[in-house]
Design a binder for this molecule. Structure first.
Ligand code: ZN
Length: 198
């Protein structure tokens, strides 16, 4: 849904996919606050080259990525650079929520395809296979980790209404983007996500 001439809205608990050319800026906005957006990047040139949490965290030497960090592919090429970030807390550890997530973590919730299902559906027109979907960069997701025990929890996002994170593409990309469907990730309510390409 087009909200204005440049802002596109992803409705609650859904996802979309689009192309982002090298040099273009993708701005992911949390319009109401407290909402996670899962981001995937795939090389337009070769769809086997895909965003990699493991590579990225290895090179960044931190699990908390923000302005100045790069998101790498499984082939160690920079796919996206983070150029703006008004929140400073995102997650790159956990996989997109899925039908299995709901079965295993939310026994009292009705089943839902989750971000995984929404990403697969949106990316299908680019011939991306479901099993190729990796750990997504989870914009605004707040996963505090205890540095001693390694235990973590999923807390409500720190993002307030209008907060955003911007990425510049370092190669031609296919992007998958969601408004996350998991109750714990989003403080118990499901809101839309906005984005712009500039
Ligand atoms: Zn999700």
């Amino acid at each position: 849904m087009i909200v204005s001439s440049s802002i596109v809205e992803i409705p609650p608990r859904s996802g979309t996919a689009f192309e982002l050319k090298e040099g273009e800026t993708l701005k992911v906005i949390d319009p109401e606050g407290g909402q996670v957006a899962d981001l995937l990047a795939i090389s337009r040139e070769d769809k086997r080259e895909i965003i990699s949490s493991g590579r990225t965290l290895d090179y960044a030497e931190t699990i908390y990525l923000t302005k100045g960090h790069n998101l790498y592919s499984n082939r160690s090429n920079v796919m996206l650079g983070i150029v703006e970030d008004t929140v400073g807390r995102h997650d790159f550890l956990l996989t997109p929520c899925s039908e299995a997530t709901f079965r295993m973590c939310y026994e009292n919730e009705p089943p839902h395809p989750g971000c995984h299902g929404n990403l697969y559906k949106a990316l299908d027109r680019f011939d991306i296979e479901e099993d190729a979907i990796p750990v997504a960069f989870n914009c605004f997701m707040n996963v505090p980790v205890d540095g001693q025990s390694g235990k973590f929890k999923v807390s409500p996002p720190l993002s307030k209404a209008g907060d955003y994170i911007s990425f510049v593409a370092q190669m031609d990309l296919i992007i998958g983007l969601t408004a996350c469907s998991a109750p714990a990730s989003n403080g118990g309510s499901f809101k839309p996500i906005h984005y712009t390409i500039g």
